[in-house]
Design a protein around this ligand. Structure first.
Ligand SMILES: Nc1nc2c(c(=O)[nH]1)N[C@H]1C(S)=C(S)[C@@H](COP(=O)(O)OP(=O)(O)OC[C@H]3O[C@@H](n4cnc5c(N)ncnc54)[C@H](O)[C@@H]3O)O[C@H]1N2
Ligand code: MOO
Length: 403
């Protein structure tokens, strides 16, 4: 049997990082920046007020206090966005709003709270230090400063700074588009009644959501009947919009394995047994003119999800231009004994916690079957049990993949 590490290694050697493209900011969330973003101007572009109040010369207010208020005539008004030239002469004040450009001659802003709020003349009852409540030009960013570097994942604040330095479009590696096809004659669409022998289809929901969480765009094609020709037709139609295809089901040893039947003859997809549980039957390869990577995951719901975490998620990271490798693990101490088949790496479902000594613990969930989706939904971690280990007593230190 092939090792988990070899399988991932082959996948990562095959998938390619997506080519960069220019996207409007509104569409760039979750993409990976493929250029350096610099600011063409200093930010803020001009000295401006940090508060609503009065622009003054601090020297005029050195003696101002509660007992000795100073009155200054208000000679002008300047609002945010005002492009006019304003000035404050000695002994004068200009009413100013937050974000408005500082008038020439003024060296401080007196917040309105320190005054009587007058609009013709203002009574100030505190002195002010020069520079008070002024935001200086370039205080956030100097002209030419790099604000974002290539390889940065674009989140809300990165979008904000790109806009804040005047960009409308950015060069990014897009979110990989992942088409998800579920095979199985027994599958019924959730929300419709179950016929005899049927179960509700769930893998495509799990997988498309996992794709989204992994920074891709998941397209749920839904249920494809157990018919190789129909599957190939569907695949053909979907390849137009896919950077990756995932199928679930139809790869084991049964009499009706449409995925194997459809893709096997192409010669570009390998079906293998990987030394892991769950998720032993795996297929990976490329399809179509553009050699789109395809993952044929096992149909059991836990198996397909675990396979996604181990193989598809790292592949998506590589496609996004991010460092890619096996999922990161943390160490935790088991709260119960564990069993694992010899020669396979197990990914048991567990719940993380904190022990009385403050150490991280992991409690295996009771139902560990590949079909027991409810137990997976209650778990928040996968406990990794190495190939050669078949039993672990309670209190063992283990590697855990947090979900
Ligand atoms: N003789 C053998 N039988 C099986 C082997 C084997 O080595 N020899 N391997 C078992 C293992 S391990 C797995 S995993 C499964 C994988 O089978 P397939 O990938 O071919 O998947 P199916 O047979 O189509 O389905 C398996 C199971 O999962 C349910 N399923 C499938 N798709 C969905 C879906 N979209 N949503 C919810 N549930 C789904 C399906 O009803 C089956 O119960 O094979 C074992 N057998
Ligand atoms: O290897 Mo299968 O994925 O356990 O159930």
């Amino acid at each position: 049997m092939k090792s988990v590490d070899d399988h991932l290694g082959e996948i990562l050697a095959t998938v390619r990082t997506l080519a960069p493209l220019e996207l409007e900011l509104e569409r760039a969330l979750g993409t990976t920046l493929a250029e350096e973003i610099t600011s063409p101007v200093p930010i803020p572009p001009f000295d401006n007020s940090a508060m609503d109040g009065y622009a003054v010369r601090a020297a005029d207010l050195v003696d101002a206090s509660e007992t000795n208020p100073v009155t200054l005539p208000v000679v002008d008004d300047v609002a945010a966005g005002d492009g006019q030239i304003h000035a404050v002469g000695p002994g004068h004040a200009v009413r100013i709003m937050t974000g408005a450009p500082m008038p020439a001659g003024a060296d401080a802003v007196v917040p309105v709270e320190w005054t009587d709020g007058g609009s013709v003349a203002v009574v100030v009852n505190r002195s002010v230090t020069a520079g008070n409540a002024i935001r200086r030009v370039g205080e956030d960013v100097s002209a030419g400063d790099v604000v974002l570097t290539p390889g940065t994942i674009i989140g809300p604040t990165q979008l904000g700074i790109a806009a804040g330095v005047g960009r409308r479009r950015v060069l990014v590696r897009p979110r990989p588009r992942v088409v998800i096809l579920s095979t199985g004659a027994e599958l019924a669409e959730p929300g419709t009644p179950l016929g005899d022998g049927q179960i509700w289809e769930s893998n495509s929901f799990t997988l498309s959501a996992a794709v989204r969480e992994a920074g891709g765009e998941g397209f749920r094609v839904g249920i494809v009947p157990d018919d190789a020709a129909v599957l190939l037709d569907q695949l053909d139609a979907q390849l137009l919009r896919a950077d990756v295809v995932i199928t679930s089901g139809g790869v084991s040893m049964g009499a009706y394995e449409p995925v194997k039947e459809a893709l096997g003859p192409l010669g570009t997809v390998r079906f293998e047994r990987v030394a892991m549980q769950p998720g032993m039957p795996q297929g990976f390869g490329v399809v179509g003119e553009d050699q789109i990577p395809i993952f044929t995951l096992p149909g059991n719901p836990v198996s397909s999800f675990v396979s996604f975490m181990l193989f598809v998620e790292p592949a998506l990271r590589k496609m996004r231009g991010l460092p890619a490798g096996p999922p990161e693990t943390i160490t935790a101490v088991t709260t119960a004994a564990l069993r694992s088949p010899a020669g396979k790496r197990s990914y048991l479902r567990g719940r993380l916690g904190i022990g009385p000594d403050g150490a991280k613990t992991v409690a295996p969930v009771v139902k560990q079957g590949s079909h027991q989706l409810a137990a997976l939904a209650m778990a928040d971690a996968l406990v990794v049990v190495p190939e050669q280990v078949t039993e672990l007593p309670e209190g063992s230190e283990v590697e855990v993949i947090p979900l």
